[in-house]
Design a protein around this ligand. Structure first.
Ligand SMILES: Cc1cc2nc3c(=O)[nH]c(=O)nc-3n(C[C@H](O)[C@H](O)[C@H](O)COP(=O)(O)OP(=O)(O)OC[C@H]3O[C@@H](n4cnc5c(N)ncnc54)[C@H](O)[C@@H]3O)c2cc1C
Length: 263
């Protein structure tokens, strides 16, 4: 089975500095990048499927050259091949341009049976890329997959996590699923994997390599734009109160009532 796992490199901190003029966050050396945590579950599921059904796990990431590190980490976990989709024309991509670029790259990489993504990223956090890639590749898609029950006769049966319970869904393959953390427990990299990840060639794919229409990539291909960026107002902090317990209870309850938090 040909399994493609899409991973995004994200800042490994919530203390991200923002470039207010460009409307993007700064990716300098002080921000230690990591694989988007939800994408680790996607990698793990790809590896488990390969162990069960045989095949190849291909990692695809669109990003700047630094994203190569995330791909190597995925290979250290056990993935077979890595593809970095990178080109200056991809800069400023919104979710539509990102999805277009990823879909083109996946087509170029070769035949695929299943594409696995995380349910969302923890930086931009839109959860739009997975359905958009499926739409652009014209393949079925199920979000929030918590279990793959079976793959048989070119059909995949999955459980989709719902607010109360789950749905069982069958789709024909090739297909795309986005996975939730309930699906598995990602493995740690083995020493052998780490050694392999250092030697594996990560193939770089430019806009020309994936035969992308440059008008559909990056800023040019983005239907949305960042109009402005502001930091949230700093909280000034509340009033400090002190005293005996009955007095404190009285003050707190009257404050809660004044704020109309309870009647
Ligand atoms: C106007 C605009 C300009 C932007 N400019 C920039 C910019 O200059 N630089 C920048 O870094 N970001 C930029 N962004 C953010 C960028 O659009 C998103 O990072 C990107 O589209 C992915 O969206 P997301 O993080 O919400 O992914 P989600 O839709 O939440 O991701 C779902 C899953 O899709 C897969 N996935 C998502 N992104 C990638 C990827 N890049 N490679 C492989 N798999 C992926 C992962 O498996 C992920 O778990 C911009 C956004 C807007 C709206």
């Amino acid at each position: 089975m040909n399994i493609v796992v899409c991973i995004k490199q994200v800042p490994g901190t919530v203390k991200v500095k923002v470039d207010l003029e460009a409307g993007t966050y700064k990716t300098d050396d002080s921000v230690d990048p990591i694989i988007n945590p939800f994408d680790e579950y996607a990698i793990e599921e790809g590896l488990r499927l390969r162990e069960k059904y045989e095949g190849v796990v291909k990692i695809v990431s669109m990003g700047a050259s630094g994203a190569e590190r995330a791909i190597r980490n995925a290979i250290a976990m056990g993935a077979d091949e890595g593809y970095l989709v990178t080109d200056p024309v991809f800069t400023g991509a919104d979710t539509r341009a990102t999805s277009y670029t990823l879909a083109n790259a996946i087509k170029k990489i070769g035949e695929f049976d299943l594409i696995i993504t995380g349910k969302q990223t923890w930086d931009s956090d839109t959860a739009q890329v997975s359905p958009a890639v499926a739409e652009m590749l014209d393949i079925p898609f199920v979000a929030w997959v918590r279990k793959i029950e079976e793959i048989k006769d070119n059909t995949i049966t999955v459980e989709r996590l719902m607010e109360s319970g789950y749905d069982v869904i069958q789709m024909s393959m090739p297909a795309l699923i986005s996975v939730v953390k309930e699906i598995n427990e990602p493995r740690l990299s083995s020493l052998r994997g780490i050694m392999k990840s250092k030697k594996t060639e990560i193939r770089k794919l430019s806009a020309d390599d994936i035969e992308a229409d440059k008008e559909k990539c990056g800023f040019a291909g983005s239907g949305t734009f960042v109009q402005g960026f502001t930091y949230p107002e700093k909280k000034t902090g509340g009033e400090k109160i002190s005293g005996e317990i009955p007095e404190l209870v009285e003050k707190i309850s009257s404050t809660i009532i004044d704020l109309k938090l309870i009647k």
